[in-house]
Design a protein around this ligand. Sequence first.
Ligand code: NAP
Length: 485
Amino acid sequence: MQLKDSSLFKQQCLIGGQWISADNGATITVTNPADGAVIGAVPKLGKKETAMAIDSAEKAWPLWKNLRPLQRSDILRRWHSLIAENIDDLAMIMTMEQGKPLTEAKGEIMLGMSYITWYAEEGRRVYGETIPSPWAGRQPMTIRQPVGVTAAITPWNFPMSMIARKASPALAAGCPMIIKPAGKTPFSALAMAELGQRAGVPDGIISVITGDASVIGDALCANPRVRKLSFTGSTEVGKKLMASCATTVKKLSMELGGNAPMIICSDADIGQAVAGAMGCKFRNAGQTCICVNRIIVHDDVHDQFVTMLAEKTKGIVVGNGLEAGVTQGPMINPSAVASMQAFVDDAVAKGAKVILGGKPDVKGGLFYQPTILTGVTPEMRVFREEIFGPIAPIMRFKIEEEALALANDTEYGLASYVYTRDLGSFYRIAEALDYGMVGVNEVALASGEVPFGGVKHSGLGREGGRQGIEDYLETKYILLGGLSA
Ligand code: NAP
């Protein structure tokens, strides 16, 4: 790996300020999905090291929580600056372990940075309140305090920004965080931890542990000293973690799977809708939780939309994300490629038409063709399940109620989109969509300033915005008595 600063490529874990390997030398090998080449290996840690990380976090916590918010803010801003200075290396690491094109990797790092800079400032605005008293001689008030030791478990599709989105509000609020990154993409997390150390994050305030996910997950969930778990990943694993955390009654944030609809009304600007569908379907080879999963198009503009989308989609360049001009990288692993084929085969068997793609790419390996399906119905798996790949399923509607019924016919509720130029449709549809987020004539939803999150089986809590720090804080009510003269 050609890095300007090779010390950012860490093959050890950070616990209590020390970079460590497994006692028995056990490792997990990490490969590049673009060509299968081994990139490196990280320690296979477990219960013992998780307990060490919790101990070190607990030990470091009093000092961290008692710093002035401005002191924590200074450290977060230094972390932000170091990430900005090293963005080329961080993007290279991300593309090699995850596969997304370099420009997308840089975009993700900038998104992650937006959370750090936002929470560096939000941490200074953690206000309590004085409450107008119902009693003479007594004054109720609240103060906000950090919850304590926190943990994060993060996915492979956004190896940097999911960590920034959790660690920056935790640290700003005064909490230590133990991070368990995805086994497929640990190097971005370890590089972030190295930069955190350089920025002055004290020992034990950020630890990163790699290893057996269920062993580490169980150790974090079962430990009463971990007061909050923030998870981003599949709904299936999220539900297991919620059950495991019940015994220790932890605070939980769950950013889970999605099944985003995009409604395109007859009055929509079709060029804009096509650009939105492209950006939101094929980014990260379709492997994002807010990727559009079902495109629901008004009968009057359906054919025009499909023709224009197919034309644009033909321009996607599939290949190794390090190569100039590539706009779609590989899938994460062979089972993701097999899963794309199974989705297409199921849809075709039930009557869908393949307009474009529908097969593994001629490049072989883990590359899959950008695919467009029409004639999709609710009986098909592409309608019901999170596709997590470059397949765009399209269906028709005639009246608004029908589009809304289709859009809401899922247990998920993360992102949704609508394209319309009519003010009435915009508001009616945005209000009726049973989702945590609605993009109207726009698909780029995330940034430090805004609350990201879902309803139903897509999760609990919000990350980003003024809401994102709440889950790292407790509200303490204090009643001050004896005030009568
Ligand atoms: P995943 O399989 O659920 O894994 C996510 C994380 O959980 C990884 O670190 C994984 O570790 C760990 N994990 C797996 N099994 C575990 C267990 N039994 N106990 C504790 N930890 C466990 O999800 P993924 O495939 O990485 O990510 C894709 C999913 O994430 C999609 O469903 C996507 O929609 C969702 N996602 C949601 C958001 C959002 O904001 N709502 C954002 C991004 C992604 P290993 O990697 O080591 O197995």
